[in-house]
Design a protein around this ligand. Structure first.
Ligand SMILES: Cc1cc2nc3c(=O)[nH]c(=O)nc-3n(C[C@H](O)[C@H](O)[C@H](O)COP(=O)(O)OP(=O)(O)OC[C@H]3O[C@@H](n4cnc5c(N)ncnc54)[C@H](O)[C@@H]3O)c2cc1C
Length: 231
């Protein structure tokens, strides 16, 4: 789904904080909870609310951040010298508790042949300690349901699961449709809060060599009625 300027913050804000705790949610998902003095004011809008996550580099003790203002975050970011420029990756709000200013982030963890996590953000998430610095740059929503949609259909692999979970939690109670979610292992399936009319279909990949997302797309094709004309 394309980004819609209407769903992006007019003046995105940078939220500086620190890790509160981290725990394994399912075998392939590590949940990191972060907090900070400004977090209670995070303008959480539900659905697939996402942000740019800034992390310190492995050799750094502190987190150096660009001076960000407005939507063109990348100019000041790439102007920073490479050796101090923080790692940046896109993540979704997996949970938000304004009362305590706590925000959950769910990181997919892929392990390499040696069993160690791969991917800079997942490596960080699996090694964090309380007090480690983080920063979030609010990016708003991508999900944009037309008002006249009769059904909602969601398809995702495990990287999109936090977004699907947020969308299901936020949809009006009368919504009908289906969410097809591919996960690496059977044990990665979990309860999702959703309207009663939303069917949740788990597609378990169970193959370390398969390309993530292909099984979900195949499942979608099996369920999609295509007329002989191809329309
Ligand atoms: C709007 C948006 C929201 C997102 N929200 C989330 C979210 O909430 N949670 C989430 O986990 N992802 C999310 N993603 C995906 C995430 O941004 C990407 O996976 C990103 O590349 C991770 O950053 P990284 O720096 O670790 O990437 P890299 O270091 O480039 O790693 C890339 C990805 O490859 C994966 N990878 C590494 N080794 C393997 C392997 N052997 N097999 C398969 N994959 C492997 C890593 O786990 C990592 O996810 C989101 C993406 C977008 C666009």
């Amino acid at each position: 789904m394309a980004k819609n300027p209407r769903l992006m913050p007019e003046s995105p804000a940078l939220y500086r904080g620190e890790v509160l705790r981290a725990a394994r949610l399912t075998p392939s998902m590590q949940r990191v909870t972060v907090t900070g003095p400004q977090f209670a004011a995070f303008p959480y809008r539900g659905y697939d609310h996402w942000f740019r996550l800034f992390l310190r580099l492995p050799h750094q003790r502190g987190l150096e951040l660009p001076e960000l203002s407005g939507r063109r975050w990348w100019d000041p970011y790439f102007a920073m010298p490479e050796e101090i420029r923080p790692h940046c990756a896109n993540y979704t709000v997996a949970g938000f508790r304004p009362g305590t200013g706590e925000l959950d982030i769910d990181f997919v963890v892929h392990s390499g042949p040696d069993g160690e996590p791969e991917g800079a953000a997942a490596i960080w998430a699996c090694a964090v300690r309380p007090g480690d610095p983080v920063a979030l740059y609010d990016q708003g929503l991508i999900f944009d349901r037309p008002d006249d949609a009769s059904e909602v259909h969601l398809v995702a692999d495990e990287s999109g699961l936090p977004a699907v979970a947020g969308i299901l939690r936020s949809l009006p109670a009368h919504t009908r449709g289906r969410a097809l979610v591919e996960v690496p292992l059977d044990a990665d399936r979990r309860d999702l809060e959703a309207p009663a009319g939303m069917e949740i279909v788990w597609v378990v990949r169970d193959d370390a060599h398969a390309v993530p997302g292909e099984a979900a797309l195949a499942a979608l094709r099996r369920r999609t009625t295509v007329a002989p004309t191809g329309c």
